[in-house]
Design a protein around this ligand. Structure first.
Ligand code: 5AD
Ligand code: SF4
Length: 463
């Protein structure tokens, strides 16, 4: 599981009271986030909304009056982890703290959370975050159990002008929420609700506000970003991409995650036409076997997928491709696993996120026997990772000697080393000759001098 913690790790300081908390007088909150970029960005919006409601964010849960836990349930035994974590928090409840469980586990487990953890005050899925100010007001008025669970059929999105972005250079904009695809293994349609898009005018206004605030990179987000349907009917997804890419001050635009069913030639044409659109497409295939794809309800075949890859490869610019893979889906044979491995070699992805199938509540695949043993899933995962590593070892070598623009993300000043990201989303570690290192968020040019399967090494070139 990709795990992201926006505010400091937990554990340290639990149970140690550092400052007096008067609920309702000093309104403080601590938030911890798990899961995907959508969750990370939802937390930025939740933080902004809470701050607008007069709450102050603290970095230690011991100092917080309200503790929020934004959860993920895409894989593994996420529910159990949440309850384990809540039991740790329980030790703090004597101090008058309030707890809120947000996100996918909240939506999935619903009011069962109150039964197992009676000290929790708010249980809310992401489709109900629009009502957060109202929920907070009820909490302050003394209500003990507040739920936001019934809004999954909503037409509305959670747009807020109060978003508190963690990175001052690169920021997310959610353009699609929810998902209507119903892949057999996936909880998202049940936890995040039906698919709804944000009007293009609202997206453009946020992009302009971000550019005015100094952001240079924008990442458009959606569980299914390219099935975007402008409610105002003004723009297609590719047109929106191009329009965001033309906002003055924006140097890079990314988008994730694309579904092959909704991938159009127009997207490739937009990338070719607008230089600020990054040369990278994340297009999860999940399996290289047409039979497994049908069982997964992905609604495409291996050949159909490869045709989209051919469009991308035919672009004037070299566009990097990455993917998600699930191994050990019910009934997957050794030969079908091999089909996935040969697909990696045929596409030549630059990165693959590979997961062991995990049975999820409410999903159609739950009714299929989870037939592949855990050790076998581990072995299959390793097969894919080994084959993909070889693809990347050869693939990354093509960059040797190239000069590319890199957005600076971090420094090690004492060693004169800098780390950044290329337009293709590759990690580039480089050195600079000048005594002053390039600023975070700047875009120096770097010559690549060495390549690895997961990163590039180089030196900044003058200019
Ligand atoms: N088991 C394993 N992997 C899953 N994913 C989604 N649901 C499951 C599941 N039940 C993976 C898919 C998806 C990525 C975000 O997580 O590969 O693209
Ligand atoms: Fe899940 Fe499939 Fe929707 Fe992606 S497209 S969020 S895998 S149901």
């Amino acid at each position: 599981m990709r795990l992201r913690t926006l505010s400091g790790g937990a554990g340290e300081g639990v149970g140690q009271r550092r400052s007096t908390i008067y609920w309702g007088v000093e309104k403080t909150f601590y938030i911890e986030t798990f899961g995907c970029q959508m969750n990370a960005h939802d937390s930025e919006k939740v933080i902004g909304t809470l701050e607008h409601e007069g709450y102050m964010r603290v970095q230690d849960e011991a100092d917080a009056g309200l503790i929020l836990y934004n959860t993920c349930s895409i894989r593994d035994k996420a529910e159990q982890k949440v309850f384990h974590r809540l039991n740790e928090y329980k030790r703090l409840q004597g101090e008058g703290k309030r707890f809120a469980v947000l996100g996918c586990v909240a939506q999935q487990e619903g009011e069962k959370i109150f039964e197992k953890a009676p000290y929790v005050s708010i249980v809310s899925g992401s489709a109900s975050y629009r009502k957060l100010p109202e929920m907070l007001a009820r909490l302050e008025a003394g209500e003990k159990r507040i739920t936001g669970l019934d809004d999954r059929q909503t037409e509305e999105t959670f747009d807020t002008e109060f978003t508190s972005r963690t990175n001052p250079h690169r920021g997310y904009i959610t353009i699609v929420e929810g998902c209507d695809k119903f892949c057999a293994y996936c909880v998202v349609p049940y936890t995040r609700g039906k698919e709804r898009s944000r009007a293009s005018d609202s997206v453009m206004a946020e992009a302009r506000r971000m550019a005015d605030a100094g952001f240079t990179e924008i990442q458009l987000l959606g569980q299914n970003v390219n099935s975007y349907r402008d409610p105002s009917g003004k723009m297609t997804f590719a047109e929106l991409l191009a329009a965001v890419g033309c906002v003055a001050g924006i140097r890079r635009v990314r988008f994730t995650t694309s579904h092959p069913r909704d991938f159009t030639r127009e997207i490739v044409q937009a990338i070719d036409a607008v230089p600020t659109l990054c040369d990278h497409v994340h297009l999860p295939v999940q399996s290289g076997s047409t039979r497994v794809l049908a069982a997964m309800n992905r609604e495409y075949t291996r050949e159909w997928y490869l045709e989209r890859i051919a469009w991308i490869k035919a672009a004037r610019r070299e566009i990097s491709m990455t993917s998600d893979i699930i191994v050990g889906f019910p009934g997957e044979t050794e030969a079908e696993l091999e089909e996935t491995a040969t697909l990696l070699e045929e596409v030549k992805y630059d990165a693959v996120f590979c997961f062991k199938y995990s049975s999820r509540p409410n999903t159609p695949a739950m009714g299929m026997a989870d037939s592949i043993a855990e050790e076998e899933k581990v072995r299959r995962l390793q097969v894919i990772l080994d084959r993909q590593r070889e693809v990347q070892r050869k693939g990354y070598a093509r960059h040797l000697g190239q000069v590319m623009e890199v957005m600076v993300e971090g420094h090690n000043a004492s060693r004169g080393q800098v780390v950044g990201r290329s337009s293709q989303n590759k990690t580039v570690n480089f050195t600079v000759k000048q005594p002053i290192l390039p600023a975070l968020g700047s875009y120096p040019m770097v010559r690549i001098t060495e390549t690895f399967p997961n990163s590039l090494v180089g030196e900044a070139v003058a200019g």
